[in-house]
Design a protein around this ligand. Structure first.
Ligand SMILES: [Zn+2]
Length: 166
């Protein structure tokens, strides 16, 4: 089931560096070297000054929940098999206009399942975590900050069928 989740293209020129960073458990965003503007998601050109010159900046991985949702059917079968779970849109600590969407992971199990929507609130602090769902894909996810959270640790909840992860 889990391997049927549609995976992002991770080798496109505009965002390959982003996906390579996720494999190192790092959240990076683009910064325009022309005007300094940060942007996310990755794209080839600065929306402020139209420069294509950029550098990648590593973020702290800390943020607060801007909004969240509890997905319900109908969903793609691979996602329906993961119910119940909570997804959140998170404002990054460095700039609240940088918002990163991801599932909330249970800090004790590293699983999407087991996070109660009642435990989630807008404004709650969260820490980035990464779900290694394929050999070359680690999806950004979030954990509520609190007892037991492990910042930046690659989650093993979706280990490959053989149990081998790079
Ligand atoms: Zn710019």
């Amino acid at each position: 089931m889990i391997q049927n989740i549609p995976l992002p293209a991770t080798h496109e020129p505009a965002d390959a560096a982003f996906w390579q960073a996720t494999l190192r458990a790092e959240l990076v965003v683009q910064q325009c070297t022309g005007c300094g503007h940060h942007r996310f998601p990755p794209r080839p050109m600065c929306p402020v000054c139209q420069s294509t010159a950029l550098q990648w900046r590593t973020m702290s991985g800390r943020g607060t929940i801007w909004s969240f949702a509890v997905p319900r059917p109908p969903l793609l079968p691979a996602f329906e098999a993961l119910l119940p779970y909570v997804t959140a849109v998170v404002e990054l600590e460095e700039d609240p206009l940088l918002r990163v969407t991801g599932a909330l992971l249970d800090p004790h199990t590293g699983s999407m399942q087991g996070v109660s929507a009642e435990s989630v609130a807008i404004g709650a602090p969260v820490q980035i975590a990464f779900w290694r769902c394929a050999e070359d894909v680690a999806l950004p996810c979030w954990q509520l900050v609190g007892a037991g959270s492990k910042a930046g640790v690659l989650s093993g909840i979706a280990a490959s069928p053989s149990g081998e992860n790079a």
